[in-house]
Design a protein around this ligand. Structure first.
Ligand code: UTP
Length: 476
């Protein structure tokens, strides 16, 4: 049986670090609520929190960048040299070997709060596709199932949630019968949560009896994989490589043999996919070599003098934009955890609903009132002994849904997906109607079961009906 934490000891512990206000409404709580608040407070790492409040919230240091920053070399999407093309052939074969031998797990980080999208539910339940309105989770499940059928393999799928969306996520997968994946192959686990803190360094209450908690950032995945037993489960299944992706991109290649193969052939610990940035200010982290180590410098942190540099042929010199797709070796996650690694915490000022300490009522702030502290997965890159970078194609793989409207919204994601699909169809000789501005004059959704790659369309071209302007086409 769980022991009830010593309330008086907690009161003293919090008072000593200036957080005694968390018990302001204690006497108004029911016995159950009191026990729950004590339990929640006892579960927090207060020495770490006190240190983070001191360093991240109250005295944030301005970022000190090394003088020694170079663009990271990357494998081009369409290589010019025969030797690189040969390398890609070997990498593709290696990636396929890993898949066929059941060495690869897919891993989506889905613990975020998706506050910009404003969707009431886990982001993975958001209807993403343009004809059938398939939720993001279904897009991933169908992609993985199609890859399994193609390579005659099993790809276990791990989903990281947070306490805020865990049950809703599990229930959703249950309601949809795991979208055709065997239940035994889909694993859910939670990341850790941290309290949000006022700009003055006071931990916030969400209600008089609960702390205002938020997930500790996607960097928390490297710890959660280990703590939850997911990593041990992977090893039991013979998995050696983790294909890491985010929950917001319906056309992501959840596993990509070529990328995984390059990563394996180069004996890398953690590798990244990138896109060439459209402009120096595009909001993608820059993958760089800092003092020789692979590092992501956030778009807002790379000095303009570097960000705007151009090569002789006019391209941005620092153009490797991270799209948060990584190949990660299981041994690397094991090694990090075995040596008690710590990723740096980043500060984000956000609007967090919290209790007004004078009235005890929960209020919704109009402007950012809190600091959330998060770790980022890419901060593990400098700890990797080997790391490769591979350039993917923007239209082929990047249609993120972050915002309700505008850039990276559902509308832009659907537009990109139709553009990708129209290119695939045209490459197979199928006529797609276009508007005067050159964009497709139709909506096209292609299920992974119909085609995983453009070449798959050719074999099925005869089945595709003629497309008229304004048509909605679903190929499944
Ligand atoms: P985002 O940076 O888009 O954050 O996360 P978010 O919390 O989902 O959305 P906003 O900023 O509130 O609008 C990128 C990816 O990292 C995951 C998200 O679920 C998404 O897949 N993530 C983020 C976590 O798994 N845990 C976190 O603590 C934060």
């Amino acid at each position: 049986m769980l022991q009830h934490p010593d309330h008086n000891a907690l009161v003293q512990q919090l008072a000593a670090i200036g957080q005694g206000h968390l018990f302001t409404f204690y006497n108004q709580l029911s016995a159950l609520e009191k026990a729950e608040l004590d339990r929640q407070i006892a579960s927090m790492d207060w020495p770490l929190l006190a240190e983070l409040i001191r360093t991240v919230v109250l005295n944030p240091e301005s970022l000190k960048l090394s003088e020694n920053i170079e663009p990271a070399p990357f494998f081009e999407h369409a290589p010019h040299h025969a030797a690189t093309r040969e390398k890609y052939r070997q990498a593709q074969a290696m990636g396929e070997f890993l898949l066929k031998n059941n060495r690869v797990a897919a891993f989506v980080v889905a613990g975020g709060q998706g506050s910009r999208l404003g969707w009431d539910g886990p982001k993975g339940t958001f209807p993403a596709t343009s004809v059938k309105n398939k939720p993001l989770f279904q897009c991933f499940a169908e992609f993985l199932r199609a890859m399994e059928l193609r390579f005659g393999c099993t790809i276990p799928f791990y989903l990281m949630t947070s306490t805020a969306n865990h049950q809703a996520t599990v229930d959703f997968w249950n309601q949809h019968n795991y979208f055709g994946l065997p239940e035994s192959q889909v694993m859910f686990f939670c990341q850790d949560m941290l309290p949000a803190v006022s700009l003055e360094g006071k931990v916030l209450l969400e209600t008089p009896g609960t702390l205002a908690l938020s997930p500790n950032g996607h960097g928390g995945s490297l710890l959660a994989l280990y703590k939850s037993g997911a990593l041990a489960d992977m090893r039991k299944r013979g998995i050696t490589q983790i294909s890491y992706f985010q929950v917001d991109n319906p056309i992501v290649r959840c596993v990509d043999p070529l990328f995984l193969g390059l990563h394996e052939l180069e004996n890398a610990d953690m590798s990244s996919k990138i896109l060439p940035k459209i402009s120096s200010t595009e909001k993608l982290g820059n993958i760089c070599l800092v003092d020789g180590k692979m590092t992501v410098i956030e778009y807002s942190d790379l000095p303009a003098a570097l960000a705007e540099q151009r090569t002789a042929d006019g391209q941005l010199r620092f153009r490797a934009g991270s799209i948060a797709l990584h190949a990660i070796r299981c041994d690397f996650v094991q090694r990090l955890n075995a040596c008690g690694f710590a990723l740096p915490y980043h500060r984000a000022e956000k609007k967090v609903s919290c209790v007004d300490m004078s009235t005890g009522k929960t209020v919704k702030p109009e402007k950012p009132n809190a600091v959330k502290m998060e770790t980022f997965v890419f901060d593990a890159l400098p700890l990797a002994t080997g790391s490769i970078v591979y350039e993917t194609d923007r239209i082929d793989e990047f249609a993120p849904i972050k915002n309700a409207e505008g850039v990276d919204s559902i509308a832009s994601s659907r537009q990109i997906t139709t553009l990708r699909n129209s290119r695939w169809l045209q490459a197979a000789g199928i006529t797609v109607p276009h508007k005067p501005d050159g964009s497709p004059d139709c909506t096209i959704e292609i299920a992974a079961s119909f085609a995983l790659y453009p070449d798959d369309i050719k074999a099925k071209a005869a089945k595709i009906p003629a497309i008229k302007p304004g048509d909605e086409v679903y190929l499944g």
